[in-house]
Design a protein around this ligand. Structure first.
Ligand SMILES: Cc1cc2nc3c(=O)[nH]c(=O)nc-3n(C[C@H](O)[C@H](O)[C@H](O)COP(=O)(O)O)c2cc1C
Length: 181
């Protein structure tokens, strides 16, 4: 049996934060790039704090740090798009999580504009969900956005880009490794 460590509320705030960071490294997450437009300016940010909220109405939840450049755009209620990345999009995720800034994030990728909302979306994302901001909650450093889904684009097979233990992986890669073991 492996050694286990309990990190509880008896610990200091700093110890709890460190414990939570270690815990979250064990929570595998699919990676998306959230996009939005404000006039001629396009915004893109890699994110994993996104989940389905309900089917009635079709809606999703997205958590965004208030320091992120896309935050004020979402906070003003601009439409946004959740682009669900595939295993081929690691470089794009790196660009959209600080590797590039501003318009530089659109230098790679099959970027298009949604005809109804003009929101940028990634043509070869596994899925792109165009959303209207329907509700906003503020919690500490983050804004929690409820997006009402207006339109969905699908592309290719199911092949998500995964982020786990501080690095990228993909389900297909893991299946191949398991098969060759
Ligand atoms: C895999 C991954 C997931 C991330 N998930 C989120 C997230 O859900 N919310 C968030 O605010 N930032 C998230 N980030 C961090 C932002 O992508 C990063 O801070 C980005 O540079 C912020 O945009 P800005 O540089 O335009 O301000 C994530 C980064 C990575 C690599």
């Amino acid at each position: 049996m492996q050694a286990s460590e309990i990190i509880s509320t008896d610990y200091t705030q700093q110890e709890l934060i460190q414990g939570m960071k270690q815990a979250m490294r064990r929570l595998a997450a699919s990676v998306v790039v959230v996009t939005a437009r404000d006039g001629q300016t396009r915004y893109a940010m890699a994110a994993s704090a996104v989940t389905s909220l309900s089917m009635d109405p079709p809606s999703i939840l997205l958590c965004v740090n208030k320091t992120a450049s896309i935050y004020p755009i979402l906070d003003h209620g601009r439409d946004f798009c959740v682009n669900v990345l595939s295993g081929a999009h690691e470089a794009l995720s790196i660009a959209c999580s600080g590797g590039q800034k501003g318009e530089g994030r659109f230098a790679i990728g099959d970027w298009r504009n949604d005809p109804d909302t003009d929101t940028p979306y990634l043509g070869d994302a596994q899925a792109s969900l165009i959303c209207a901001v329907d509700d906003i909650h503020h919690y500490g450093t983050h804004g929690i956005f409820v997006g009402k889904v207006k339109r969905v684009h699908l592309h290719g097979d199911v092949h998500p880009l995964i982020y786990v233990d501080g690095r990228y992986s993909s389900v297909i890669e893991n299946l191949k490794q398991a098969a060759s073991a």
